[in-house]
Write a protein that binds this ligand. Structure first.
Ligand code: MLT
Ligand code: ZN
Length: 475
């Protein structure tokens, strides 16, 4: 704890406020909250707070502020950049949103849902689906990630190409400020020009400015038809050309356009039980394309067949399969969504979550691969991700026989080499995972000058004591 913070006084008061279910202090109970999904950080905390309501959470934050105690807000703890990692020195309390998990309302006329921060993304999608609607946010970790974290990091995901990032889906927010005040901005208006757009300040702020406790999200009509295909393509250039053709055919129908490399697919097939390649043989590059429409009788499958058939005739596709059932669709998506898990099982990995203009994706993949292979012979480059919006996860897996720790020790060197290419192509070093604890050191180089200075001033204005998620986002 920072100097002057008396836990002996604070913890009993928090227990009194939150009840026994609302606070964990035994190391065996707090341990799961102290390690991130990638196992990059293992911290220590004197307590995990688990409020059940906004009022409880606000009172707990107010109490912590009065005692000068730092807080790390935590949702599903699935961050790829240590965004919810707690410090090693026991100086920070974890604040878990998991018990605030109610879908408050779904309005099928306004096409909105009001939802608490601790709802798991998958459960939110299912609730929307039951109401005949679509919540289009979809990410690989949706079975664990919670709405609060997804919004706090402005997650992108598989459907950004059609529906935008998380921030594009947010109409309203409820936020607990660092001093314990509640800002209720749970409006569901599409037009509301009343000064600064505060909700967008908190979306993507990674829990450093306030704690998102609830949100109003936009919904869409549930698609009546979906058609998904897996294609083997000869190059990343062919993948890009295929994307252009799909856009020219019917841009509005494209719900996802994902790229995968042969190396990544190979890891999935090797490490993920039940994964199978539904093509005649392995390829160097793959595309997953999904069309969706709320229209009846659109026959999207025939449309997809038509686009892919012509691309095949022109040599842009070597082999392709279109899912014939929901089970086949899920099996194709599994090959894509298990990429991170497969890499985790293959050994140590360094992740680059980067974006470039869509037209530059093939060049990015080529040049970043050359840079990494020059640095670490035998390295396994696993580029994959959201080609349709220019966001590629240029992930790197250790050479099979290498020492994991020695490989990880070179993470900055590898990330910097990839980032040099990204910079040259007018891209970003952080496209959807955020900055977290892993990347603040990159901020001065990429966002220095007026931009970083403005961010610091905003942080100072909202959290002058620096109690919310210390050590994240800002260097
Ligand atoms: C994904 O799209 O699956 C992720 O954002 C994952 C990753 O970088 O490993
Ligand atoms: Zn992604």
């Amino acid at each position: 704890m920072p100097d002057g913070v008396s836990l002996d006084d604070l913890l009993p008061r928090l227990r009194q406020l939150l009840g026994d279910r609302g606070i964990l202090t035994e190391p065996a109970d707090t341990a799961p909250y102290c390690e991130d999904w990638r196992r990059l950080y293992r911290g220590h905390t004197p307590a995990v707070l688990r409020p059940a309501t906004t009022a409880e959470l606000a009172a707990a934050v107010g109490l912590c502020a009065a005692h000068g105690a730092a807080i790390v807000p935590q949702g599903g703890n699935t961050s790829m950049v240590g965004g919810a990692a707690v410090a090693e020195d026991g100086s920070q309390l974890v604040l878990s949103l998991a018990r605030m998990n109610r879908v408050r309302t779904i309005d099928t006329v306004d096409m909105t849902m009001e939802i608490e921060a601790g709802v798991v993304l998958k459960a939110a999608q299912e609730a929307a689906d039951e109401a005949g609607c679509l919540l289009p946010l979809s990410i690989s970790s949706e079975g664990s990630a919670q709405i609060g974290g997804v919004l706090a990091t402005n997650a992108g995901g598989n459907n950004t190409v059609r529906y935008g990032n998380a921030r594009d889906l947010v109409l309203g927010l409820e936020v607990v400020l660092p001093d314990g005040q509640v800002w209720n901005g749970l409006r569901r208006l599409h037009k509301d020009n009343t000064g600064y757009c505060l909700r967008q300040l908190f979306v993507g702020s990674e829990g450093t400015l306030g704690i998102i406790t609830a949100a109003v999200l936009k919904l869409w009509p549930r698609p009546r038809e979906l058609a998904v295909a897996l294609c083997a393509v000869p190059s990343a250039d062919a993948a890009l050309e295929l994307f252009g053709r799909c856009q020219r055919h019917d841009a509005a129908a494209i719900q996802a356009f994902e790229y995968m490399s042969g190396a990544g697919m190979e890891l999935v097939l090797r490490h993920i039980p039940g994964a199978a390649l539904p093509l005649s043989g392995p390829a160097a590059h793959y595309v997953l394309v999904e069309f969706a429409t709320p229209r009846d009788g659109a026959d999207l499958k025939a449309e997809l067949e038509d686009v892919l058939g012509r691309a095949m005739a022109d040599g842009l596709i070597g082999d392709a399969v279109i899912a014939e059932s929901g089970a086949q669709r899920a099996a194709i998506w599994k090959l894509r969504e298990e990429h991170s898990e497969a890499q985790k099982r293959a050994g140590a990995s360094v992740k680059n979550d980067i974006s470039v203009p869509v037209s530059k994706v093939p060049e990015l993949i080529r040049r970043a691969r050359a840079a990494c292979e020059a640095l670490v012979p035998g390295i396994v480059c696993v580029p994959f991700g959201h080609l349709g919006d220019g966001n590629i996860h240029f992930n790197l897996v250790q050479p099979p026989a290498a020492d994991a720790a020695a490989f990880l020790a070179r993470d900055h060197e590898l990330m910097d080499a990839v980032n040099a290419v990204v910079r040259d192509l007018d891209g970003s070093f952080s496209a959807e995972h955020g900055i977290g604890r892993l990347k603040p050191y990159m901020m001065p180089e990429w966002r220095g000058g007026a931009e970083l200075e403005l961010m610091r001033r905003i942080k100072q204005a909202l959290d002058p004591l620096g109690l919310l998620n210390p050590g994240k986002l800002l260097p």
